[in-house]
Design a protein around this ligand. Structure first.
Ligand code: ADP
Length: 457
């Protein structure tokens, strides 16, 4: 068994099995064996079962939320927010299951009809990270199941308890063994078992770019379809003409979500020189008010980082920036609570050559850079191997359109700090991955197109 640790106090809150290769193989077998019957169900039958899962989880959302606070460290209000977000995917795909439409095309042959059918790709597998222990599971499983695929999932070993609970509720809702399976254990061995299996036709992965590339090359050997949602280095650009108070509020909520441990967290905050000082002043005022705590209260607070390695990484990035001359406006070190708590930190006057500029921080650190012109902001924002999301704040309509075209990212968020919801295509470009999750785009990743020529009429 593997211990599951509460990052807020280091206590052991549960365990998850360290499954043997044989147990993993059995779960994959069940996933493959269950596929034909699940694919043959009507869309309405699949939809009804997903809807039952949605209703059962919704009725017990407090149970899930408290578990998430304990195994992930996020505060209760965020956990409840994640549940709404995650349930949104089950609801959306329960509905979308019934709208996977094919096509009929004008025929090139007078005696034939041309049909285009959409079919589920087959049994699938997924690997998820610890930062959204609930939503990452529902987003992948609901989409796959709606399309008529079965799925075996490996949640992060840091946060498997929420995932097991979701499986328990799925069974109660009537999602049979094999249609949704779960394994935990050695990530590398499980990744290999998923990717080398000829019967698995698709792998969906959310996690680091490093692991995404390993899985993509492994999937190359069996030519699997993939959805990869990998790291980010999100620019957050604030122009002189932006509504300052809104931009500050949007930044604070986007940055401190899950203590900054989010792939779409604003990583490089570019502020135009005309408002830079006022922006810093308002940001300090807003961030100083935020509590750091272990999260079981109703109000928002910043929780611990996930583990010691995360604390080491954030500490070293911050220290390097300070050594290179960054201005420390707030925080800068471990929180007085000790353990895995890091102070909400604001660093100013940073340079694009700093490690902070080129690394996904994954901590409550606001990294501020000055810029002069629009052209410069676009060039510097795009100067990264990543391309997940870019936020920009401006009240000039023409500029907003220019930015939306010229910024290199899968998602452009204008005058808001809020990105995700079930109906939109979430995903990146460049080293942030490919494929989209959410909306009608998400289900396309789980179907294949079959062209049928019906001649002899
Ligand atoms: P993070 O930094 O978010 O932990 P990782 O990419 O390391 O990102 O982890 C995301 C998921 O990938 C987790 O479920 C983890 O167990 C899994 N993982 C880590 N290494 C491998 C690997 N070599 N093969 C397959 N999965 C892996």
């Amino acid at each position: 068994m593997i211990d599951v640790i509460n990052p807020a106090d280091g206590s052991v809150i549960g365990q998850t099995p360290l499954m043997s290769p044989a147990e993993v193989a059995e779960a994959i077998d069940r996933t493959c064996e269950a596929f034909p019957a699940w694919a043959l169900k009507t869309a309405k039958q699949r939809s009804d079962i997903l809807r039952r899962w949605y209703d059962l989880v919704r009725a017990d959302k407090r149970v899930f939320a408290e578990l998430m606070v304990r195994e992930n460290g996020k505060c209760l209000s965020e956990a409840l927010g994640e549940i709404e977000y995650g349930l949104g995917f089950i609801e959306w795909y329960a509905e979308e299951a019934r709208r996977v439409y094919g096509d009929t095309l004008p025929s090139h042959d007078a005696n034939a009809s041309v049909l285009v059918m959409k079919e589920p790709v087959g049994p699938t597998a997924a690997i998820t990270p610890w930062n959204f222990p609930f939503m990452m599971i529902t987003r992948k499983v609901a989409t796959a199941l709606a399309a008529g695929c079965t799925m075996v999932i490996k949640p992060a070993e840091e946060t498997p308890l929420t995932a097991w609970k979701l499986l328990e509720y799925a069974r109660e809702a009537g999602i049979p063994s094999g249609v949704f399976e779960m394994v935990t254990g050695d990530p590398q061995a499980i990744g290999e078992a998923f990717t080398r299996d000829e019967r698995i036709h698709k792998v969906s992965f959310t996690g680091s770019t490093r692991v995404g590339k390993i899985l993509a090359s492994q999937c190359g050997t069996t030519l699997k379809k993939m959805t990869l949602e990998l790291g980010g280095n999100a620019p957050f650009i604030v122009f002189d003409d932006a509504t300052l108070t809104d931009a500050v509020a949007g930044l604070v909520s986007a940055k401190l979500r899950n203590s900054g441990q989010v792939c779409i967290s604003p990583n490089r905050i570019f502020v135009q020189e005309g408002i830079y000082s006022r922006f810093v002043e308002q940001l300090i005022a807003a961030v100083s008010k935020i509590r750091v705590d272990q999260g079981m209260q109703e109000e928002f607070d910043v929780g611990p980082l996930i583990n010691q390695q995360a604390v080491k990484k954030v500490t070293s990035l911050v220290n390097d920036a300070i050594d290179q001359g960054a201005t420390v406006h707030l925080g800068g070190k471990l929180h007085e609570k000790g353990g895995l708590f890091f102070q909400p930190t604001i660093l100013g006057d940073l340079d694009d050559s700093s490690a902070l500029h080129n690394t996904e921080i994954f901590g409550p650190v606001f990294a501020l850079y000055r810029f002069k012109t629009e052209e410069e902001a676009i060039r510097r924002a795009n100067n990264t191997e990543y391309g997940l999301v870019t936020y920009a704040w401006t009240n000039q309509l023409g500029r907003a359109f220019r930015l939306s075209k010229q910024l290199e990212a899968g998602m452009i968020i204008m005058n808001s700090g809020s990105v995700g919801t079930a109906s939109v295509p979430f995903g990146g470009i460049k080293h942030s991955g490919y494929g989209r999750e959410g909306g009608h785009y998400g289900i396309e990743e789980y179907v294949q197109v079959k062209y049928v020529l019906m001649a002899g009429q």
